[in-house]
Design a protein around this ligand. Sequence first.
Ligand SMILES: Nc1ncnc2c1ncn2[C@@H]1O[C@H](COP(=O)(O)OP(=O)(O)OP(=O)(O)O)[C@@H](O)[C@H]1O
Ligand SMILES: [Mg+2]
Length: 262
Amino acid sequence: MSGPSTSDPAGGFPPPAPPILEVSNLRCTIGGQQVVEDVTFSVPSTGITAVLGRNGAGKTSTIRGILGLIHRRGEVRLAGERIDGLATHRIVQRGVGYVPEDREVFSKLTVAENLALAERQRSPRRELVEALFPDLVARRDQAAGTLSGGQQQMVSVARALLNDNRILLVDEPTKGLAPKIVTEVADALEEAAKSVPILLVEQNLDVVRRLAGDAIVISGGRVAHAGPARDILADEDLTRRLLGVHAEAETPDALSERSESK
Ligand SMILES: Nc1ncnc2c1ncn2[C@@H]1O[C@H](COP(=O)(O)OP(=O)(O)OP(=O)(O)O)[C@@H](O)[C@H]1O
Ligand SMILES: [Mg+2]
């Protein structure tokens, strides 16, 4: 495989890295019903890209379509290679990690057991996970079902981080969490994104503002807008129309008080 040239005779900036994920004309159905109409976007190879949109816009279905969990048509490329014809387990083996909408833990198993069951490679990245989630190390023998919502979310993210994924698809990790815990989950995602790009479905615009470089807005199963997250959030008309909120009216709440828990 011939990669991009690293020499730069003009002496300028190196060319930007190619996107890690490219989705073109994705259309998805569930039980014959169209839930994603026509979605095209790409995800840079570093940082966090946010997926925004109202309830029922098609955010989760887009993620599930990329993973082949629902019937889909169109093109999906991971690091340039087509994955839209592959079965879900093959897509996962290629390095697409998934943290689903309803945090997924085995409630009767301990934290350590939940993590051990997620390890699928010879040298799982336990040190990274232990450094990122010291709270989970302390609670390793606790049944996951007795953890708080935020701690369960950490287990869910940790499970995806144990393997050398090339991208993580994370669906609404802060949903239903108290503001202080939202901040902790955001801290963890920010740290995680230093080692793997993340496509993040997120309705908390303070979290998006803090974490995301780029964002796409899905409306009615289509991409209604794409660009730098801060531009989208600064556009009051757009956020009112497509997200149904006044972005400016959101309070910074506990985000400014972060690091309290560190
Ligand atoms: N199992 C299903 N069967 C039929 N229609 C579904 C199913 N799941 C989702 N849909 C429909 O698909 C559309 C997109 O739903 P999806 O869950 O992708 O939206 P979302 O943007 O993730 O919403 P939310 O913010 O509520 O999580 C909605 O109209 C929804 O009613
Ligand atoms: Mg959803």
